[in-house]
Write a protein that binds this ligand. Structure first.
Ligand code: C2E
Ligand code: MG
Ligand code: MG
Ligand code: MG
Length: 271
């Protein structure tokens, strides 16, 4: 009886595996078509000064305008794009769109672009960034790249060398989702960054969990002593903002200030 049940479970398991495989195959195919058909677009979300609420930059966030499924968020397709290597082409096109957009603004706000570990491990990446800056005419110090801790210590020295090179040319570097990775502080402090983005999970529990407040306090303190700025992600309430101000967090991003939008307000555009 037990054996029978076991083999039934294996059958269900295999069916699920097959289903998953088919789904990812379709996604892969749809994604390749989408690149050709230009179905990927970029939304922009403001990052503001915590105290004055002046706009500091906009983060570029990819969306897929799927012909049948509507607007898809990155979490539903980035992992497959990374697995297939398609992220390289996708990421390049995001960089192009975002830099072109920022170059058209009448104000010199910065543009923050997320970079996948896969892109960073390619030796061609620095050259790609530089040629996009040249082609769009965007000044290097208006571009910020958001990278995750996991991409820096994957074993190869390419990611760190690439970032050091870009940084020496003026490009700014932020560590995204800080506090959720596994890198040691001593390793991190050996690298030169401009900003630390505090993961939204800490921001959301700021007033309900004392731990979250303590962690944010530690991060802002560490950032100060390393001469880096801090950005809080996912700020949704006035109360969260006030807590962050009290902790000396420099910049803030979240629905309280604005959701990601397909384009930037006419006011700050040229012409
Ligand atoms: P992320 O870089 O940490 O981006 C912040 C995410 O938080 C975005 O989700 C944003 O829409 C969301 N968010 C902003 N404010 C709030 C808030 O107040 N409350 C809540 N609950 N969420 C908020 P999104 O746009 O779905 O992007 C998810 C992740 O996908 C990004 O996380 C980033 O890791 C990745 N991603 C987005 N665009 C790109 C891209 O062009 N390339 C790569 N490689 N990854 C990207
Ligand atoms: Mg980001
Ligand atoms: Mg983040
Ligand atoms: Mg995040």
């Amino acid at each position: 009886e037990a054996k029978k049940e076991g083999s039934g479970q294996i059958k269900v398991f295999r069916q699920r595996m097959l289903q998953k495989l088919l789904e990812s195959r379709t996604l892969e195919h749809d994604m390749a078509m989408a690149l050709v058909n230009k179905e990927f677009v970029v939304y922009y979300q403001p990052i503001v000064d915590s105290f004055t609420q002046d706009i500091y930059s906009y983060e570029a966030l990819i969306r897929w305008v799927h012909p049948l499924k509507g607007l898809l968020s990155p979490d539903s397709f980035i992992p497959v794009a990374e697995k297939t290597g398609m992220i390289n082409e996708m990421g390049k096109s995001v960089l192009e769109m975002a830099c072109r957009e920022a170059a058209s603004w009448a104000v010199p706000a910065k543009i923050s672009v997320n970079v996948s570990p896969v892109q960073l491990s390619s030796k061609a990446f620095a050259g790609i960034v530089l040629s996009i800056l040249k082609e769009t005419g965007l000044q290097a110090d208006r571009l910020e790249l958001e990278v995750t801790e996991s991409s820096l210590f994957a074993g190869s020295s390419t990611p760190v060398n690439t970032l050091n090179k870009l940084r020496s040319l003026g490009v700014k570097i932020s560590i995204d989702d800080f506090g959720t990775g596994y890198s040691s502080l001593s390793r991190l402090s050996k690298l030169a960054f401009d900003k630390i983005k505090i993961d939204k999970s800490f921001v959301h529990s700021i007033s309900t969990q004392e731990d979250a407040l303590t962690i944010i306090k530690l991060i802002t303190g560490m950032a100060k002593s390393l001469n880096m700025k801090t950005v809080a992600e996912g700020v949704e309430t006035q109360e969260q903002l006030e807590n962050l101000q009290a902790l000396g967090c420099d910049l803030a991003q979240g629905y309280l200030f604005g959701k990601p939008q397909p384009g930037i307000d006419g006011k700050i555009r040229n012409g």
